[in-house]
Structures are given as structure tokens and as C-alpha cells.
Design a protein around this ligand. Structure first.
Ligand code: NZQ
Ligand code: ZN
Length: 392
């Protein structure tokens, strides 16, 4: 196990009706907030009315900015920063999914940054402060409700970059699984693929003596595998959504990766797909993850056998570990397909024309010096290209 420093202060208020408490929860922290949301689902579901009524009841003034798109855009972030400065906003309340929350985090940093906030995503330089962000989560997926991460698309340059800072962990997040009932079915699949990927990126490691976090990772994965089909069969299954929601938060608040080297190659390669083709993050991950597994498993046979046996329930001859692994990967692919997820780049409408460009962008050689990605196996641009080709 490696040294680590874990601090995840985001308060999580979980359960039925909790969104009605948002005004009272924010009252000690701010008297003026920016209400930030997406393309309209919260108006359709009535959540907008619930949240604004709660803010009014608590005497919290608010200004609002809707219109966040999946793969949240830099242009709207700029607009939000100007609005917050003009209106003297003290806290940003993100009501939505990862895209809304990530946009809120970008605005929160941007308010205190003199230059273009995109510089920070490009340079990775640390920021010293940000406005506090609170969230009412409407989709279990990105884990942004408890993470210190934000991922923003610079649409003009077809770039999608992540940025992390301790200042970006939400102050508090409200999670009522009833709010997930209105999700379109394909979003369930995207969310599940993302949650599982957040675990995979930490689980598949060469670090040894990680019994506790191996077990936590496996439990999160099995919880999702058990409950996703239940939620898909009945989109109003509160208990199934509760398990998925809690799993999504734990998958990405950092805990399950403590003491281990992490990977993140699939995420880096997926961001290139989203940046150019504007696809759902989870859809890209569902396609790339099995391809990545097939490409790298020989570098750590025992880790992949453990996954196949403990998570995917494969039984086989110990003398044929590769057969066990390949069956585990096949079961994962079948699980993704059962949720309606795509399994090839072609299904996402992505042809061969930009595979090399994406492989070179993901490993940075397109911009200058190559910086290989991945922890379990270091991937250079030719490796990333081979994985994109395996996923065709
Ligand atoms: O915009 P609206 O109308 O609200 O519709 C959204 C959107 O179209 C809809 N939706 C959300 N909740 C709903 C709902 N529709 C009906 N009922 C509800 N309850 O779902 C669509 C997708 O929303 P989005 O926020 O994009 O989904 P998700 O939470 O999957 O977030 C994806 C983004 O998060 C980033 C991804 O890269 C992607 O940009 N990530 C952020 C991370 C982080 N900050 O820690 C980590 C992740 O790895 C991920 O990269
Ligand atoms: Zn993700």
C-alpha cells in the first residue's frame, strides 16, 4: 500500500424529500446564490419549483443560469463568471448532473481568477480559492457531487480537459434517488458505465497489499451490477436507485483509490472522443473499457483473474487464467449491452479518420512532448491507437 492523504469533506444529505431542505442547508453559508442548471429537465420534473421555493423560504436571494449542455461548454462558464461577479454571488448551487456541477466548479474558480479560466485547465496550475459549490444531484454517474474534479469542453478548439483541486469539493450535496426516476433509460446506462469506470481506473493497479480497497472496489462494482437491471426494469425503483446513487458517490470521492497507483487511461482516451464527437462520456467508456482490458491484461494477469472471478463470477480452470480473464471481459461487455450501451466506435458514429489524431492528443505528442497515459500499463500513442482500433 502506498502513502496517502484522504480528505473528502463534502457533506452528503441523502434520501427522500431532501431537496426540499436545500434552502435551510445553504442558509448558514450564503445569502446570494447562483442557481445553475441544464437544458430543462429540472423544469419539466418540477425540481426547479421545489428548489426555488426552498431558497425563497430560507430567505436566500438567487440569480440563475441554465443551459448547461452535456460535455459542458467553456462559453457558458465565461458567462457564469461574469454573472457571479456582477451579482455578488456567494455560492453556486448546481442542480443537475456532472455537466452542471462541473460547469459550476469552473465558474467558482473563475470568479477569483484574473485571466481566462481555460488557462488553468490547460496548465494544471493550482488555484488558491473558489466560491463554495453545493449540488442537488439528478443523475448518478460522474461522481462530481463529492469529487474535487471538473471537466470542461473548449468547443472552439475541440478540447476536453479535466482539472482537480481540493477547493472544488462541493460543500454539500443533496441526493434524493426519487429525482433519478425521470432519467431517460440510456442515461442509466451511461451513468453505470461511468461509475464502474471510476472504480476500474483505481482497481486495476500494480500496487500490492491493497486488500481493503480491492474489497471496496469489488463491492461497489457488484452493487451496481446487481441494481442497474432492477432500475432499468422499473425506473421508479427507489431502492435500486439508492444503491446506484450511493455507489456512484463512493466510486469517485477518492476513497477506493487510496494507497494504490491509479490508471485513468480509459478516461483520457474517452475525453478525446467526447471533445471531437460530443458523445456521452459513459457511452465512450462502455466502448473503450473492454478494448483497453484486452490490450493490457497480460501486464497483470492476477489482477484481471481476480476481477473476472470476484466481480464477474467466472469459474474456470486455474491452469487457464487467460480463459478466465477473457470470459470476465466478455461478461462485462454483455452487461453493458444489456443496459443498451454501445460496444463499438462505429455504433457511436465514429470512423477511422481521427483515431490517430485522438491517440496523439491523449498522449500529448500532438502538442509537443509525449506523455504516456495509464498506470497499470504505460500507453504511448501507438498503444492508444491500437486500443481505439480494437474498439472499432
Ligand atoms: O440538461 P438536462 O435537461 O438537465 O438533461 C440532462 C442531460 O441531457 C439529463 N438529465 C440529468 N438528470 C436528469 C436528466 N433528465 C431527466 N431526469 C433527470 N433526473 O441527462 C443528460 C446528461 O447529463 P450530464 O450532467 O451530462 O450527465 P453526467 O452526470 O453523466 O455528467 C457527464 C459529465 O461529467 C464529466 C463527464 O466528462 C461529462 O462531461 N465527468 C466529471 C467528473 C467529475 N467532475 O468528477 C468525473 C467523470 O469522470 C466525468 O468525466
Ligand atoms: Zn468518468
Amino acid at each position: 500500500m502506498l502513502n496517502f492523504d484522504f480528505y473528502s469533506p463534502a457533506r452528503i444529505v441523502f434520501g427522500r424529500g431532501t431537496e426540499k431542505e436545500i434552502g435551510a442547508l445553504l442558509k448558514p453559508h450564503a445569502s446570494k446564490v447562483l442557481l445553475h442548471y441544464g437544458g430543462g429537465s429540472i423544469k419539466k420534473s418540477g425540481l426547479y419549483d421545489t428548489v426555488t421555493a426552498s431558497l425563497k423560504k430560507a430567505g436566500i436571494a438567487f440569480t440563475e443560469l441554465g443551459g448547461v449542455q452535456p460535455n459542458p461548454r467553456l462559453t457558458l462558464v465565461h458567462e457564469g463568471i461574469a454573472l457571479c461577479k456582477r451579482e455578488g454571488v456567494e455560492l453556486i448551487l448546481a442542480v443537475g448532473g456532472g455537466s452542471v456541477i462541473d460547469s459550476a466548479k469552473a465558474i467558482a474558480m473563475g470568479v477569483y481568477y484574473d485571466g481566462d479560466i481555460w488557462d488553468i485547465y490547460e496548465s494544471g496550475d493550482s488555484v488558491s480559492r473558489a466560491l463554495p459549490v453545493a449540488t442537488v444531484l439528478t443523475i448518478p454517474a460522474a461522481g462530481s457531487e463529492a469529487s474535487g474534479d471538473t471537466v470542461i469542453s473548449n468547443e472552439a478548439e475541440e478540447l476536453k480537459y479535466g482539472y482537480s483541486s481540493a477547493h472544488l469539493r462541493p460543500l454539500l450535496s443533496v441526493m434524493n434517488p426519487e429525482l433519478f426516476f425521470t432519467l431517460p433509460k440510456e442515461q442509466l446506462g451511461y451513468g453505470v458505465a461511468d461509475i464502474m469506470s471510476h472504480v476500474f481506473e483505481r482497481y486495476f493497479t500494480n500496487t500490492t497489499h491493497t486488500d481493503l480497497t480491492d474489497g471496496l472496489c469489488e463491492t461497489v462494482l457488484k452493487t451496481v451490477i446487481k441494481n442497474a437491471p432492477l432500475a432499468l426494469a422499473n425506473m421508479s425503483d427507489y431502492d435500486a436507485w439508492s444503491e446506484i446513487g450511493f455507489a456512484g458517490m463512493v466510486a469517485h470521492n477518492g476513497l477506493v483509490g487510496m494507497g494504490r497507483d491509479e490508471d485513468w487511461a480509459c478516461h483520457m482516451m474517452e475525453h478525446e472522443l467526447s471533445a471531437i464527437y460530443d458523445i456521452a462520456h459513459g457511452a465512450g467508456l462502455a466502448v473503450l473499457t473492454p478494448a483497453w482490458m484486452k490490450y493490457v491484461y497480460r501486464d497483470n494477469i492476477s489482477m484481471f483473474v481476480q476481477f473476472a472471478v470476484n466481480v464477474m463470477g467466472v469459474k474456470g480452470s486455474y491452469r487457464e487464467p487467460e480463459a478466465i480473464i477473457l470470459e470476465g471481459i466478455e461478461r462485462l461487455s454483455a452487461f453493458f449491452r444489456s443496459l443498451g450501451l454501445p460496444s463499438t466506435l462505429a455504433e457511436l458514429g465514429i470512423d477511422d479518420s481521427k483515431l490517430e489524431l485522438m491517440a496523439k492528443k491523449a498522449t500529448n505528442i500532438h502538442f509537443g512532448e509525449e506523455s504516456p497515459i495509464g498506470g497499470l500499463k504505460k500507453l504511448f500513442w501507438q498503444d492508444a491507437l491500437a486500443i481505439y482500433r480494437l474498439a472499432r
